[in-house]
Design a protein around this ligand. Sequence first.
Ligand code: SF4
Length: 353
Amino acid sequence: MGWKQELSEAYRTPGELISQNGIELTESEELFFKKTEQNYFSFSVPRYYLSLIENRTIDPVRRQCIPSVEEFSVKPWELDDPLGEEKYKVSDRLIHRYRDRVLFLVTDTCAMYCRHCFRRNFAGGKRDVVTAQELKTAAEYISEHREVVEVILSGGDPLTLETAVLDRILSALKKAREDIVIRVGTRIPVVLPSRIDAALTDTLKRYSPLFVMTQFNHKNEITGRSSTACSMLIDAGIPVLNQAVLLKGVNDTTEDLENLFHALIRLRIKPYYLFQGDLAAGTSHFRVSLQKGLALMRELRERLSGLSLPVYAVDLPGGGGKIPLNGDYIGSLTDKGWELKNAEGKIFYYPEE
Ligand code: SF4
């Protein structure tokens, strides 16, 4: 079966989960689907990814793909725009937060809507695929802004686009700036590995230097099929790095993280970042306390080599930018939460939940 058919056959309703897969919904999952008259984040899970569920109720894969009613519980400190990107928008799809790189949101579609997603205000929305005019605007911008070294394609998941469409986007960016470095942020190798085919790798490798940034969060996501997909990219000369998210009930033990990072380096994938959860609305049930995250990293530092160990980092709420969670960046725990300092020396607070 081709990847497009696999994508079209992804489960999109609770009825399909139950009748075609024999999944029994928990009370919390059932309540989510009963409340969907409220505004909610899209639901879609490829059959392949669902098949990775081992334990039918408590499972790291299940937790990432089947929604629960906790998504409707929004904490006062949670935000629709948790990274504060609105003020850095050059256009609806282009964000220039850091001097040397821009984020380009090329589609709002994902193969799977990860329940912990912090881009839920864009992904699964009504923005669809970047238009020719929007692409032209982005290309002109990077052509005029020579300080931009990298373009990060995101969304949504850029690899849900047809190869010909991706080719058009990459070609326009490279024509505008021959020296541009491209990063593609994607969960495709994890959730729909069949999408990584020869036509795609042949296309991507023509736009070197191009990096694929993926997101494996648990060792159970590393299978024969996902390993093959990553090997195809790497063998084509496309470096693959992993940006995991620290998630409660998914990977919040030293063993889970150690197993994940070891499995990744065996696949030639560098564990690049481990992200502290962003303050996205309706995701508090996934957030691990910062105190626990720091303790996990202390243990991992004793167990893992520099190659296996990612940088533990957080995107400061309200547009403070990304900082590593170590050294001078971390202040004390106050009544307002953790005092964190960004590269410009400004103080931001992150709650200790
Ligand atoms: S693939 Fe990325 S953008 Fe899409 S739902 Fe998952 S985390 Fe969000």
